[in-house]
Design a protein around this ligand. Structure first.
Ligand SMILES: [Zn+2]
Length: 246
Protein backbone atom coordinates (compact mmCIF):
# COMPACT_ATOMS: atom_id res chain seq x y z
CA UNK A 1 0.00 0.00 0.00
CA UNK A 2 1.15 3.52 -0.72
CA UNK A 3 3.71 2.50 -3.33
CA UNK A 4 1.13 2.48 -6.13
CA UNK A 5 0.61 6.09 -7.30
CA UNK A 6 -2.70 5.21 -9.01
CA UNK A 7 -4.17 3.86 -5.85
CA UNK A 8 -3.23 7.17 -4.30
CA UNK A 9 -5.00 9.19 -7.01
CA UNK A 10 -8.05 6.94 -6.99
CA UNK A 11 -8.54 7.48 -3.31
CA UNK A 12 -9.25 11.11 -4.20
CA UNK A 13 -9.36 13.65 -1.42
CA UNK A 14 -9.59 11.05 1.29
CA UNK A 15 -5.92 10.15 1.34
CA UNK A 16 -5.11 11.75 4.68
CA UNK A 17 -2.82 8.91 5.72
CA UNK A 18 -1.13 8.86 2.33
CA UNK A 19 -0.34 12.55 2.52
CA UNK A 20 1.02 12.26 6.02
CA UNK A 21 3.24 9.38 4.98
CA UNK A 22 4.79 11.59 2.34
CA UNK A 23 5.03 14.48 4.77
CA UNK A 24 8.10 15.77 6.47
CA UNK A 25 7.18 15.08 10.10
CA UNK A 26 10.03 13.15 11.70
CA UNK A 27 10.44 11.15 14.88
CA UNK A 28 13.82 10.95 16.53
CA UNK A 29 14.29 8.78 19.59
CA UNK A 30 17.37 9.40 21.70
CA UNK A 31 18.10 6.62 24.14
CA UNK A 32 20.99 5.35 26.20
CA UNK A 33 21.91 4.26 29.71
CA UNK A 34 21.49 6.66 32.65
CA UNK A 35 24.09 9.40 32.47
CA UNK A 36 24.98 8.79 28.81
CA UNK A 37 24.16 12.40 27.96
CA UNK A 38 20.97 11.59 26.06
CA UNK A 39 19.04 14.49 27.61
CA UNK A 40 21.66 17.01 26.53
CA UNK A 41 21.79 15.54 23.02
CA UNK A 42 18.01 15.47 22.70
CA UNK A 43 17.86 19.13 23.70
CA UNK A 44 20.58 20.15 21.22
CA UNK A 45 18.99 18.26 18.36
CA UNK A 46 15.50 19.55 19.08
CA UNK A 47 16.86 23.13 19.17
CA UNK A 48 18.85 22.67 15.97
CA UNK A 49 15.90 21.22 14.04
CA UNK A 50 13.13 23.21 15.71
CA UNK A 51 11.44 20.00 16.87
CA UNK A 52 9.49 19.44 20.07
CA UNK A 53 11.78 18.16 22.85
CA UNK A 54 9.63 15.48 24.40
CA UNK A 55 10.90 14.64 27.89
CA UNK A 56 8.77 11.71 28.94
CA UNK A 57 9.54 12.02 32.65
CA UNK A 58 8.47 15.68 32.56
CA UNK A 59 5.31 14.91 30.64
CA UNK A 60 4.67 12.18 33.21
CA UNK A 61 5.29 14.62 36.06
CA UNK A 62 2.98 17.23 34.52
CA UNK A 63 0.32 14.56 34.31
CA UNK A 64 0.92 13.51 37.94
CA UNK A 65 0.39 17.09 39.08
CA UNK A 66 -3.05 17.27 37.55
CA UNK A 67 -4.25 13.75 38.38
CA UNK A 68 -4.78 12.20 41.78
CA UNK A 69 -6.09 8.72 41.05
CA UNK A 70 -4.43 5.76 42.88
CA UNK A 71 -2.71 4.58 39.71
CA UNK A 72 -1.03 7.96 39.21
CA UNK A 73 0.06 8.11 42.87
CA UNK A 74 1.67 4.69 42.46
CA UNK A 75 3.60 5.99 39.45
CA UNK A 76 4.98 8.85 41.48
CA UNK A 77 6.24 6.45 44.17
CA UNK A 78 7.94 4.32 41.51
CA UNK A 79 9.60 7.33 39.95
CA UNK A 80 11.04 8.54 43.25
CA UNK A 81 12.64 5.12 43.80
CA UNK A 82 14.35 5.14 40.39
CA UNK A 83 11.94 2.59 38.91
CA UNK A 84 10.28 3.05 35.56
CA UNK A 85 6.69 4.16 35.13
CA UNK A 86 4.27 1.35 34.30
CA UNK A 87 4.58 0.91 30.53
CA UNK A 88 0.89 1.18 29.71
CA UNK A 89 0.41 4.23 31.95
CA UNK A 90 3.33 6.19 30.47
CA UNK A 91 2.47 5.09 26.95
CA UNK A 92 -1.01 6.59 27.27
CA UNK A 93 0.49 9.86 28.56
CA UNK A 94 3.05 9.89 25.72
CA UNK A 95 0.50 9.00 23.07
CA UNK A 96 -1.98 11.67 24.09
CA UNK A 97 0.66 14.41 24.12
CA UNK A 98 2.37 13.20 20.93
CA UNK A 99 -0.86 13.30 18.97
CA UNK A 100 -1.56 16.78 20.27
CA UNK A 101 1.85 17.99 19.04
CA UNK A 102 1.43 16.28 15.68
CA UNK A 103 -1.93 17.94 15.16
CA UNK A 104 -0.70 21.34 16.32
CA UNK A 105 2.21 21.20 13.87
CA UNK A 106 -0.14 19.91 11.16
CA UNK A 107 2.29 17.25 10.12
CA UNK A 108 5.46 19.29 9.67
CA UNK A 109 8.45 19.49 12.02
CA UNK A 110 9.02 16.65 14.40
CA UNK A 111 9.51 15.29 17.89
CA UNK A 112 12.71 14.32 19.65
CA UNK A 113 11.92 11.75 22.35
CA UNK A 114 14.02 11.96 25.46
CA UNK A 115 13.18 9.02 27.69
CA UNK A 116 10.77 7.09 25.51
CA UNK A 117 10.59 4.24 24.82
CA UNK A 118 11.82 2.83 28.10
CA UNK A 119 10.44 -0.67 27.63
CA UNK A 120 9.82 -3.18 24.86
CA UNK A 121 6.09 -2.62 25.26
CA UNK A 122 6.45 1.13 24.83
CA UNK A 123 8.86 0.69 21.89
CA UNK A 124 6.35 -1.50 20.04
CA UNK A 125 3.39 0.76 20.74
CA UNK A 126 5.27 3.96 19.91
CA UNK A 127 6.65 2.48 16.70
CA UNK A 128 3.19 1.29 15.70
CA UNK A 129 1.68 4.72 16.41
CA UNK A 130 4.23 6.59 14.31
CA UNK A 131 4.44 4.04 11.53
CA UNK A 132 0.72 4.51 11.06
CA UNK A 133 0.90 8.32 11.12
CA UNK A 134 4.08 9.12 9.19
CA UNK A 135 5.59 5.87 7.92
CA UNK A 136 8.60 3.93 9.19
CA UNK A 137 11.03 5.85 6.96
CA UNK A 138 10.45 8.90 9.15
CA UNK A 139 11.29 7.14 12.42
CA UNK A 140 14.89 7.09 13.64
CA UNK A 141 16.33 5.97 16.96
CA UNK A 142 19.75 6.90 18.27
CA UNK A 143 21.40 4.70 20.88
CA UNK A 144 24.21 6.37 22.80
CA UNK A 145 26.69 3.79 24.08
CA UNK A 146 28.81 4.39 27.18
CA UNK A 147 30.70 1.80 29.19
CA UNK A 148 29.15 1.05 32.59
CA UNK A 149 32.26 1.91 34.62
CA UNK A 150 32.42 5.26 32.95
CA UNK A 151 28.76 5.88 33.76
CA UNK A 152 29.35 4.98 37.39
CA UNK A 153 32.26 7.40 37.54
CA UNK A 154 30.18 10.14 35.90
CA UNK A 155 27.37 9.59 38.42
CA UNK A 156 29.79 9.77 41.33
CA UNK A 157 31.25 13.06 40.10
CA UNK A 158 28.17 14.74 38.71
CA UNK A 159 27.06 18.07 40.12
CA UNK A 160 23.94 19.70 38.75
CA UNK A 161 22.83 23.31 39.05
CA UNK A 162 19.63 23.69 41.07
CA UNK A 163 18.39 26.34 38.60
CA UNK A 164 19.05 24.49 35.33
CA UNK A 165 19.34 20.74 34.93
CA UNK A 166 21.49 21.33 31.84
CA UNK A 167 24.26 22.97 33.85
CA UNK A 168 26.16 19.80 34.63
CA UNK A 169 29.71 19.72 35.94
CA UNK A 170 32.21 17.19 37.21
CA UNK A 171 33.36 17.53 40.79
CA UNK A 172 36.79 19.11 41.08
CA UNK A 173 38.87 21.00 43.60
CA UNK A 174 36.96 24.17 42.75
CA UNK A 175 33.54 22.64 42.21
CA UNK A 176 31.96 20.88 45.15
CA UNK A 177 28.39 20.41 46.33
CA UNK A 178 27.25 23.87 47.45
CA UNK A 179 29.55 25.77 45.05
CA UNK A 180 27.89 28.48 42.95
CA UNK A 181 27.06 27.39 39.39
CA UNK A 182 29.78 28.69 37.02
CA UNK A 183 26.94 30.01 34.82
CA UNK A 184 26.02 32.36 37.63
CA UNK A 185 22.45 31.32 38.35
CA UNK A 186 22.24 28.61 41.00
CA UNK A 187 24.03 26.29 43.38
CA UNK A 188 25.61 22.96 42.43
CA UNK A 189 24.10 19.89 44.06
CA UNK A 190 24.39 16.13 43.96
CA UNK A 191 21.28 14.49 42.58
CA UNK A 192 19.45 11.71 44.38
CA UNK A 193 19.33 9.88 41.06
CA UNK A 194 23.13 9.64 41.07
CA UNK A 195 23.38 7.98 44.48
CA UNK A 196 25.03 4.58 44.12
CA UNK A 197 22.01 2.49 45.05
CA UNK A 198 19.67 4.38 42.72
CA UNK A 199 22.30 4.35 39.98
CA UNK A 200 22.36 0.53 40.07
CA UNK A 201 18.57 0.33 40.06
CA UNK A 202 18.43 2.60 37.00
CA UNK A 203 21.20 0.61 35.29
CA UNK A 204 19.31 -2.66 35.87
CA UNK A 205 16.11 -1.11 34.56
CA UNK A 206 17.98 0.01 31.47
CA UNK A 207 19.54 -3.41 30.81
CA UNK A 208 16.52 -5.54 31.60
CA UNK A 209 13.74 -3.35 30.23
CA UNK A 210 15.00 -0.58 27.93
CA UNK A 211 17.53 -2.58 25.89
CA UNK A 212 14.93 -5.10 24.63
CA UNK A 213 12.99 -2.13 23.24
CA UNK A 214 16.09 -0.86 21.47
CA UNK A 215 16.71 -4.35 20.08
CA UNK A 216 13.20 -4.26 18.68
CA UNK A 217 13.93 -0.94 16.95
CA UNK A 218 17.18 -2.40 15.64
CA UNK A 219 15.22 -5.24 14.02
CA UNK A 220 13.12 -2.58 12.33
CA UNK A 221 16.45 -1.08 11.15
CA UNK A 222 15.51 2.20 12.73
CA UNK A 223 18.56 2.44 14.98
CA UNK A 224 21.81 4.38 14.83
CA UNK A 225 24.51 3.56 17.38
CA UNK A 226 26.78 6.35 18.59
CA UNK A 227 29.88 6.27 20.78
CA UNK A 228 28.94 8.41 23.77
CA UNK A 229 32.44 8.43 25.26
CA UNK A 230 33.36 11.60 23.39
CA UNK A 231 32.77 15.29 23.93
CA UNK A 232 29.20 16.62 23.80
CA UNK A 233 30.04 18.46 20.54
CA UNK A 234 31.53 15.39 18.87
CA UNK A 235 28.60 13.18 19.87
CA UNK A 236 26.18 15.81 18.59
CA UNK A 237 28.00 16.12 15.26
CA UNK A 238 27.98 12.35 14.76
CA UNK A 239 24.27 12.10 15.53
CA UNK A 240 23.35 14.85 13.07
CA UNK A 241 25.50 13.31 10.36
CA UNK A 242 24.00 9.88 10.94
CA UNK A 243 20.45 11.26 10.84
CA UNK A 244 21.17 13.00 7.52
CA UNK A 245 18.82 15.82 8.48
CA UNK A 246 20.72 18.94 7.64
ZN1 LIG B 1 23.38 27.06 36.53
Amino acid sequence: MGSNPFLFVLSGGRCYTGNMKNGKFKIIIIQGPPGSGKGTQAKLIAEKLGYYHFISSQEGKKYMKTHNDPETIKQKENYDKGLLFDPDWIFEVVKEKSKEIFEEKSGSGGIVYDGSPRTLYEAKRLYELWDELIGKENIKAVKINVNENKLKERARNRLVCDKSGYHVFARSEKLQPGSPCPNGDGILRERDLDKEEIFYTRMDEYKNRTLPGLDFLKEKSAIIEINGEQSVEKVNKEILEALEIN
